[in-house]
Design a protein around this ligand. Structure first.
Ligand SMILES: CC(C)(COP(=O)(O)OP(=O)(O)OC[C@H]1O[C@@H](n2cnc3c(N)ncnc32)[C@H](O)[C@@H]1OP(=O)(O)O)[C@@H](O)C(=O)NCCC(=O)NCCS
Length: 167
């Protein structure tokens, strides 16, 4: 399977990356490499010809309590599963010099595709969870079918819904 992104490695010039959200810039500059080393998350890079970072996202495993899922989904799940396996798309950001060029959309689709294929081939996952930083991010994810989970501020999309994109 082909992807637009590759795992963060030492050839990527991440120093100059800026998306306008300090938390997400600092993460790439100082923490992403450590997180990979500690197996806390995987960081995928969309790079330019000069190895500059145009955008990135992170993926890790997570779980989701059945109580916060909508009734329409819970009723299809076996009652013995109190926590359901899911994939966390923890961060997604595009460099400000490349905003509005549909790179955010491409990165999101790349992340959905990776997560879906892993869920099919190797590690079970029934949904993708995102943790939007602010209202703008909520609007961005909402455009692609992510639904707000009550109280947590997180959003999710089921892997069943994602599978429709890649049939
Ligand atoms: C949000 C972000 C990833 C969007 O990237 P982008 O490459 O500029 O967006 P795209 O060009 O792919 O736009 C795709 C669609 O999303 C919409 N969109 C883009 N940014 C948006 C935002 N901040 N809020 C709402 N919608 C947005 C676009 O209008 C477009 O919609 P359309 O299909 O109606 O034309 C980028 O602005 C970013 O890095 N923001 C800072 C980090 C962030 O908030 N990340 C998300 C949460 S962790």
């Amino acid at each position: 399977m082909s992807y637009l992104t590759e795992l963060l490695n030492s050839t990527h010039k991440k120093r100059n990356f800026t998306c306008g959200k300090k938390l997400l810039d600092d993460y790439l500059h100082t923490q992403a490499k450590q997180d990979i080393k500690r197996r806390l998350s995987a960081c995928f890079i969309l790079s330019g010809d000069d190895d500059s970072v145009r955008g990135y996202y992170t993926l890790s495993s997570t779980s989701i309590s059945r109580e916060i899922l909508p009734e329409s989904i819970i009723k299809k799940l076996p009652p013995s599963y109190h926590n359901l396996p899911a994939t966390l798309l923890g961060r997604l950001a595009v460099d400000i010099n490349h905003k509005g060029q549909r790179l955010g959309e491409l990165l999101l689709l790349d992340a959905l595709k990776r997560s879906y294929e892993v869920s099919l081939s190797s590690v079970g996952s029934m949904a993708i969870i995102v943790d939007p930083l602010d209202e703008e991010a909520v609007r961005f994810y909402n455009k692609y079918g992510f639904i707000l989970l009550p109280d947590s501020g997180k959003m999710f999309i089921t892997m069943d819904t994602v599978s429709e994109l890649f049939k």
